[in-house]
Design a protein around this ligand. Sequence first.
Ligand code: NAP
Ligand code: G4F
Length: 335
Amino acid sequence: MKKAFVTGATGQDGSYLIELLLEKGYEVHGLIRRSSTFNTSRIDHVYQDPHEKKLHFYLHYGDLSDTGNIRKLIFDIQPDEVYHLGAQSHVRVSFDIPEYTADITGLGALRILEAIKDFEKSHDKKIRFYQASSSEMFGSTPPPQNEKTSFHPRSPYGCAKVFAYHTTVNYREAYNMFAVNGVLFNHESERRGETFVTRKITRGIARILAGLDKKLYLGNLNARRDWGYAKEYMEAAWMMLQQDKPDDYVIGTGETHSVKEFVQAAFKHAGISDWKKYVEIDPRYYRPTEVDSLIADPSKARKKLKWKPKTTFDSLVRLMVEEDLRVYSPNIKEA
Ligand code: NAP
Ligand code: G4F
């Protein structure tokens, strides 16, 4: 039985990856932060399904700032694969807490790589490492963006991810480690954090229809993103660690839409044509520097991993709207 260690186990991607690894028969260890409120809502169902045979799923308290704890977990668990998904992942927030973001999102990767390097020196075992890199690293470099595109990050988050990206490449080259970067473009789902724009929109619409909110306040509607479905992107992450050789891959759909187009499509799926009645611009959601346009060129992943996206933009918007309407449906008023 293969063993995997997943940081960011309680996040959107962590939840899909853990499901995938358990389905494949892995023993899965997740890193979880201590919180004063429950923070396992995305993975609770993994414990609860009574139909499954006993799942080998364990959670360990820890924090990416804590070198000793990370090191202990790597040495104790002795995983075959590490999926490093944990991060302060919010771009707008990274302008408010840049030092914390650099520590967790940047140095966090270094701490894990150092622990793996030292483990490999003293044990007869190799550990494969996946770094959750981001299209945010491309920043202002014009699209389409692929593995050869230069980085020009536009946020403390983007800068931290560039550090983690290069550190991953450096450890691969310097210590012959199986360390890869998955450079993932925006990926969303019904489990997306509520303050990222797609989920903020679909949840906001459901709350308006339920009579809980009157308006949806947004920032820059002109930014363009390449949005895909998170579950499929975690399949790509797993595939990267199953290759013969470590390499870096761009994962995205190759299609771009503006935030405004997402808003229009989401309101339409909820049966509202006049979205402008409900949406207000609030400059507090603007960023000091913005990433204007992202479009993936995922041809390398298509060719080498045989990975391609299945969920279209319209289906993604629909599934997110439908799920938020279902969550808020007890409150939805008769039209
Ligand atoms: P997410 O939902 O925000 O999840 C982030 C995870 O990191 C959560 O489990 C969070 O724990 C954990 N975390 C945050 N700070 C931590 C700390 N100090 N110590 C330990 N754990 C910590 O993010 P996601 O969308 O799943 O993304 C997963 C990874 O992919 C991130 O590294 C993100 O930057 C990267 N990425 C995401 C996208 C995307 O579009 N989703 C695209 C490219 C790259 P709590 O639950 O306790 O907060
Ligand atoms: O949903 P967002 O916050 O995602 P962003 O900044 O693209 O970052 C996400 O994708 C990255 C991959 O490229 C990940 F690495 C990162 O961890 C995260 O998952 O914002 C998308 C766009 C931005 O241009 C933003 O300015 O939507 C615009 N936007 C407009 N109004 C808004 C809002 N974003 C947020 N969060 N909230 C708004 O009200």
